[in-house]
Design a protein around this ligand. Sequence first.
Ligand SMILES: Nc1ncnc2c1ncn2[C@@H]1O[C@H](COP(=O)(O)OP(=O)(O)O)[C@@H](O)[C@H]1O
Ligand SMILES: [Mg+2]
Length: 314
Amino acid sequence: MIRVDNLVKNYGDVKAVRDISFQVNDGEILGFLGENGAGKSTTLKVITGYLSPTEGNVIVDDLNILDNSLEIRRRVGYLPELNPLYGEMMVYDLLEFTAQIRDIQGAEFRRALDRVVDQCGLSGVIHREIRACSKGYKQRIGLATAMLHDPDILILDEPTVGLDPNQIVEIRELVKGLGKEKTLIISSHILQEIEATVDRIIIIHSGEIVADGTSGELLSSLRGNTQLTLEVKQAGDESVQQLSTRFEGVALLTDVAENGNRVLTLEYDRTIDPREDVFHFAKESGWVILEMSQARVQLEEVFRNLTLEGAVHA
Ligand SMILES: Nc1ncnc2c1ncn2[C@@H]1O[C@H](COP(=O)(O)OP(=O)(O)O)[C@@H](O)[C@H]1O
Ligand SMILES: [Mg+2]
């Protein structure tokens, strides 16, 4: 269990994190989402004990970061942003070096090595120079070093940055597998890259939490979030006017002439579905329906709404 309590972190005059609180339960995969500069890395560095908080505290299991920073580091695996690696080293040597720092030796090291090579799919590159490995492999190597001491908690700061779409899918699958056993926090500034992987999403903006929930919960917090687009022929002004007031909770958003036809956009709450009524109305009014399509607002829109400049901060 990780609990962040009223965390504040300033760098001199820069208020990077402004009084945030949240909890991550055992076995949960949390997506920590925010634009560049939102305060993600700063928060993660405090949780992992690499920075001390200006105010507030972080509790990991029965320990807190002010008094037990070293012990917390033993329980947490941390893949920093940009994943700095020594390019000229062999993958094996890096893992051995990391194990030495963590005081993992002999048979214990060989067991740990087998485990991370297996978990991170490194058997093909173990005797290769790190700089000769692809970016996707470099991320897996970073992950392996973060997991050598078999921590219950893994914190990955933007693990998909700079990867191509195939590599992103690979890392996503890897992370999903790890999430079955561990508590995970994964940060990203790109919603789509974590949406499918995580159980819950926290959105941070200018150092404050602006949303916390499952993707379904975040979506339903938006109102009027389903749109129906209709392209119709033979629709007169009067009947279009009628449609705009005919159904409770259904608003006519736009009415555009296109190639002699009319394209109408209706908007309504995601809890109702007026498509059948609209169809019958169109038929009674003598319209010819050329196209009718319903689009739900995507999570991306929630993110954009919440992080629009000036949207928060009262
Ligand atoms: N070492 C630092 N010194 C001063 N300001 C910093 C430092 N690190 C980060 N910041 C500032 O703190 C804010 C949050 O940064 P960061 O936590 O890195 O955000 P994110 O990881 O979400 O991109 C930004 O305004 C950034 O410029
Ligand atoms: Mg960052």
